[in-house]
Design a protein around this ligand. Structure first.
Ligand SMILES: *Cc1c(COP(=O)(O)O)cnc(C)c1O
Length: 242
């Protein structure tokens, strides 16, 4: 336990240093970049250790897995993000278990989440904060809304009373050279700027960048990076999608 804790602390320090340098290169303040620690496949002890190391945002990609860990960390004052694809039939459970759903990609899902919050699925009187996941490039198997459908979806989601649309998320293709994904990150930033003009409301969050490409993402304007292996180490179990 003690060694695991110090490994996480050391890993986090390294990530923070690299993030600060990337922010510096872009003339940005690293305080404007939130690290979301992706704890999927890791036990609740790892989440507690990461919390002790100072992390306050955590990402999980499966409702069921999070259900099995959540009670063991419920006392921590953290923001819990769902970052994996969410099936509409699990929207109600997700609304009750997460503070943020970063992977909204259809109106049907958004409406289900909205209804779940209205019926008390989330903390009373609180809107559920969401991001829309955008699919860039045309890999039809990946989740996320197509760019051509984004504006329409964003307008509708912004109109739902129990959801608070904060911004956009994307998962670019995995490329060995992180420089290769730079165009995807700059694209998401441009899309956000267009969307802000179009729907006339601020969208402060850009969630992009993972362990191997977060520096490029920060240079391109990420306000949240989702880091798993870089903090917790290699995942042993398979990372299954919902
Ligand atoms: C697993 C996952 C991450 C973290 O990936 P690492 O390479 O471990 O940093 C980030 N975002 C999403 C959506 C993920 O599923």
């Amino acid at each position: 336990m003690a060694t695991e804790k110090s490994a996480i602390t050391e890993n986090l320090e390294r990530i923070q240093e690299r993030a600060a340098r990337a922010a510096g290169r872009a003339g940005r303040n690293v305080e404007d970049v939130t690290i979301v620690a992706v704890s999927k496949t890791f036990p609740f002890e790892a989440i507690r250790a990461a919390y002790d190391a100072g992390l306050r945002h955590f990402g999980e990609n499966r409702v069921q897995e999070w259900e099995s860990k959540q009670a063991r960390v419920a006392d921590l004052d953290a923001t819990w993000h769902l970052i994996g694809h969410l099936q509409s039939n699990k929207a109600r459970r997700a609304a009750g278990l997460f503070n943020r759903v970063d992977s909204v990609d259809s109106l049907a899902l958004a409406q289900k989440l909205d209804a779940a919050v209205a019926e008390g699925g989330a903390a009373k009187g609180k809107r559920l904060r969401v991001l829309i996941e955008v699919r860039l490039g045309d890999e039809s198997t990946k989740s996320g809304v197509a760019e051509s459908d984004l504006a329409m979806l964003a307008e509708r989601v912004a109109g739902l009373a129990n959801l608070e649309l904060l911004g956009l998320m994307t998962i670019p293709p995995f490329l060995d050279d992180p420089e290769g994904v730079r165009p995807y990150f700059s694209k998401l930033r441009e899309i956000r700027e267009d969307l802000v003009r179009r729907i006339g409301r601020a969208l402060p969050v850009l969630s992009m960048g993972m362990s191997h490409d977060f520096e490029v993402a920060i240079e391109e304007g990420a306000t949240e990076i989702r880091v798993g292996t870089g903090i917790f180490g290699e995942r042993k179990s398979v990372d299954r999608q919902e």
